[in-house]
Design a protein around this ligand. Structure first.
Ligand code: NAP
Length: 289
């Protein structure tokens, strides 16, 4: 094992995403100590008992004060309040990053709290996850060969970007840099819209009168399509609200597509349906290998 790159990584929010990063960093030897802080003392205690973090502090400011890198992995709606507490403890040399699923809102929050004179903030988003939440769902292999997108701004120093990149690489991920606005547009299409479709479909069927009978006949396709509707509602509420414009834009495009399919059905236009399905199958087969 190589020398640790830094002394202390502090994870604020030791749930699925933060806890998995902690486990992966521990295995890699990237840092000497992993500390934690967050909202609920009992789950932080559980993170220590599970060997995810070495110790925790009940004060985010205190945890921030001796960390070389702080990773904020809380729901998007809680980011700003957490940044305000970090601001009370961090130094000018601390590097702060996050794992939130939308990037422009996090950058706005960070700049509002830390100021544009702070060069240690680098926004990030691991493109990895499951529909499960909490520290008990965390596992060290989550980021193996998965992409992590960093969206540094002109305020982010090269050193801070390099350090955050090496942290995620130590966790097994491939790191790419991207503009935050482009990230939010792309993820609205590939992640946020699919979650809304899954939540919407299950809610729609659940509102029907003979719902038990309907779900009784739900087979593999329904389970595949709706697995992500078991994701955390608070996290997804926050993602929708913090990437609202881009998500609404994607919903509009999808609605137009559904209108085309609806029209083809109304017209009994089998050729049109086959055309759409063939094009989609070709695209999906190519993307997913
Ligand atoms: P999670 O398993 O529910 O963990 C969230 C953590 O944040 C928990 O430790 C929770 O502590 C803490 N927390 C919640 N509200 C807080 C608050 N107001 N102040 C301080 N701490 C708070 O969620 P997750 O899946 O790890 O998601 C964390 C972040 O990663 C989110 O921003 C999400 O958008 C992003 N993300 C998620 C995925 C995914 O697939 N799940 C993928 C990529 C990125 P408690 O013990 O108090 O609940």
């Amino acid at each position: 094992m190589t020398e640790p790159r830094v002394n202390t990584v502090c994870i604020i929010g030791t749930g699925l995403i933060g806890g998995s990063l902690a486990l992966a960093l521990r295995q890699s030897g990237f840092c000497q100590t992993i500390t934690g802080a967050g909202r609920t003392e009992s789950t932080l205690q559980q993170a220590v008992e599970l060997g995810v973090i070495d110790r925790y502090s009940s004060s985010i400011a205190e945890a921030a004060s001796d960390a070389d890198i702080i990773v904020v992995s809380v729901p998007l709606g809680a980011m700003r309040a957490v940044f305000e507490q970090i601001e009370q403890g961090k130094t000018d040399n601390t590097v702060v990053t996050d794992a939130g699923s939308a990037k422009q809102s996090v950058i706005r929050d960070a700049e509002a709290v830390f100021g544009i004179g702070f060069h240690g903030f680098v926004a990030g988003h691991p493109i990895a996850g499951t529909e499960k939440s909490g520290v008990t769902a965390a596992f060290a292999e989550l980021y193996q060969q998965r992409r992590v997108i960093l969206t540094p701004t002109q305020n982010s120093s090269t050193e801070a970007v390099g350090l955050v990149r090496s942290m995620w690489e130590a966790a097994g991920a491939e790191v790419e840099l991207m503009d935050a606005a482009h990230h939010d547009l792309v993820l609205a299409g590939t992640s946020h819209l699919p979650h809304l479709l899954a939540f919407g479909l299950v809610d729609c069927l659940n509102n029907m009168e003979d719902v038990d009978e309907i779900f009784r006949f739900a087979a593999g396709g329904f389970r595949d399509f709706t697995r992500i509707a078991s994701s955390d509602p608070v996290m997804w509420r926050d993602i929708c609200l913090h990437n609202r414009e881009e998500v609404m834009g994607m919903m509009k495009r999808y609605r137009d597509e559904m209108d085309d399919i609806y029209q083809a059905l109304e017209d009994k236009d089998g050729e049109k349906l086959k055309q759409i399905f063939t094009k989609a199958k070709k695209a999906r087969d190519a993307f997913c290998g």
